[in-house]
Design a protein around this ligand. Sequence first.
Ligand code: SAH
Length: 241
Amino acid sequence: MGPAEGPGTGRADGGARDGEDPFLAQRLAMVRELRASGIRDPDVLAAFARVPRERFVPADLVTHAYDDSALGIGHGQTISQPYIVARMTELLELPAVRQRDPSRDPRALDVGTGSGYQAAILAAMGALVVSIERDPDLSALATARLIEVGFGDRVRCVVGDGSAGWVEGAPYDAIVVGAAAPRVPEPLAAQLAEGARLVIPVGPRDYQSLHVVSRQGTRLEERVFDACVFVPLIGRHGFPE
Ligand code: SAH
């Protein structure tokens, strides 16, 4: 499997001139749909307008890159649907992190790199991202892709069991998990910085809801949001293989 086609190739509209982005109209339509679905954070919407989603899907699915659905990326894994990525990103409240400390970029941990799309969205919002994936092949593909689209200096891809987080980069201002866990993994909550948030799908293997854990001092607050369906987080603090 090679990287997805770049802008300027695969001209589905047949009419794009050189230098034009043939996916721009679809990308902006996706952003309008996200707004209509209730995504409000302007930074989140701007990131979705900027990241070329077509580069994160397999070449044969490029025409479906902007459908509001999850797509297979090989290795039995998926790139999540745009709405749920947007919703999870919004729940992280990265703009509030930046307001608390404008002198530095927020640090984010992305668990389950998959295609790398969520990591790219976080990078486009100005975060410095560690993205952890258990499948070395998926991680290698995502690393190459993130470099190609220009996020190589903001995203560090690592291979390992992300259910235990990634202590080397902790504490994080935001942690997002793109796979479902039976309960909130304790090490992830432990790697949250003061005021930081963890967004994770929690529930049984076949359906979950988004949980948001936030840290205030030693106190952790947990709230439950949208229903969702994710592939399982396989690991020590997730589901057994
Ligand atoms: N965020 C991704 C979608 C994630 S799909 C995107 O934007 O495309 C879930 C991913 O989590 C899969 O790639 C799967 O291999 C990975 N995964 C499952 N368990 C994991 C674990 N314990 N640690 C790291 N990655 C894991």
